[in-house]
Design a protein around this ligand. Structure first.
Ligand code: GLV
Ligand code: GLV
Length: 329
């Protein structure tokens, strides 16, 4: 029996070719809104959906869906209600490749350096024709070496960010599952043993010069960085977010940056993406990127390959290489 894949929006090569060798591939001409996605999932025409972060699989859609699996073209799966999918025996798979991990850590470091050294502001200054020669106090920024980086979360991307920060001479501390203070059981540090230190969430907020967010979006991490967290941070601190927008209360962040509760922010993700909270773009001490953490040619190709392999395995009733809820089947 041939497998029917619904691909909500074409993925890069080699993804589409791999899928086509394994079954019948349907790519709708127009992007599916939630009612069209609902209809497609209920139709019984497709066994596997290859989906994107913009496709929202909530309880309403999943409860009637006659599909066996969702292969998400992303490492994050916050667009899918995983508990509901599991209850309906719908397997979900994601694309946590090593290239994605490294590329996203690169963007965390890029934002950290760009905010610290006022890179966007300085570039604009030059383009505006205002550069009249070297000056002793032109566009002075924040130091990086010797400063403390606090990592919220300690998964693959946080660890890759830690390795980079250590190479820049930073002191690295982390809290594995904020806002929980920590675990009785200590985190396995692997190759970072002796180089990074686990501390509790409030101590991390209060003592870090840079705070970088690397948590998945869940109910307990939504607005992890709220008014309280922002007021605990040092007034010289810089916040970096490459995880998910809603981890930060963006209204509170605008206030914090305006009032000088913290010194700056570098964001690749936004609470109401693609909308950006009013005020954020007017602040000179922010660097704002349009969710490009994994946006390199090799990463997107690798993600496409993993995404296709996940879909193909699920299409043959096999557990995919990167299952999110293996208990679904
Ligand atoms: C991108 O944000 C991803 O989750 O892959
Ligand atoms: C994402 O894959 C992470 O572990 O940070």
């Amino acid at each position: 029996m041939t497998v029917n894949f619904l691909v909500t929006r074409a993925i890069p090569e080699p993804g589409m070719s791999l899928l086509r060798t394994a079954g019948t591939v349907t790519v709708p001409e127009d992007l599916l809104d939630s009612s069209a996605l609902n209809d497609a999932c209920r139709s019984g025409d497709y066994q596997i959906v290859v989906a994107h972060l913009s496709d929202r699989f909530d309880e309403d859609i999943l409860q009637h869906a006659r599909i066996g699996g969702i292969s998400n073209y992303a490492v994050g799966v916050n667009n899918i209600d995983i508990d509901s999918a599991t209850r309906r025996s719908i397997m979900v798979a994601n694309t946590p490749g090593v290239l994605l991990t490294e590329a996203t850590a690169d963007v965390a470091m890029l934002l950290l350096l760009a905010v610290a050294r006022r890179c966007v502001e300085a570039d604009q200054f030059l383009r505006d024709g205002r550069f009249t020669g070297w000056q002793p106090e032109l566009l002075l920024g924040h130091g990086v070496g010797g400063k403390r980086l606090g990592l919220a979360g300690f998964g693959r991307i946080a660890r890759a960010t830690a390795r980079r920060a250590l190479a820049f001479g930073m002191e690295v501390v982390f809290c594995p599952r904020p806002p929980n203070a920590g675990d009785a059981r200590r985190t396995d540090l692997g190759e970072l043993g002796g180089l990074v230190t686990q501390i509790d969430w409030y101590e991390l907020l209060e003592t870090s010069d840079y705070v970088s967010l690397h948590v998945p979006l869940t109910t307990s991490t939504t607005h992890l960085v709220d008014v309280e967290a922002l007021t605990r941070m040092k007034s010289t601190a810089i916040l970096i977010n490459t995880s998910r927008g809603p981890v930060v209360d963006e209204g509170a962040l605008v206030e914090a940056l305006r009032q000088g509760w913290i010194a700056g922010a570098g964001l690749d993700v936004f609470e109401h993406e693609p909308a950006v909270t009013p005020g954020l773009v007017d602040l000179p001490n922010t660097v704002l990127l349009p969710h490009v953490g994994s946006a390199t040619v090799p990463v997107r190709n690798e993600m496409a390959r993993l995404c296709a392999l996940n879909a193909i395995a699920m299409g043959s009733n096999e557990t995919p290489p990167h299952p999110v809820n293996p208990e679904a089947w």
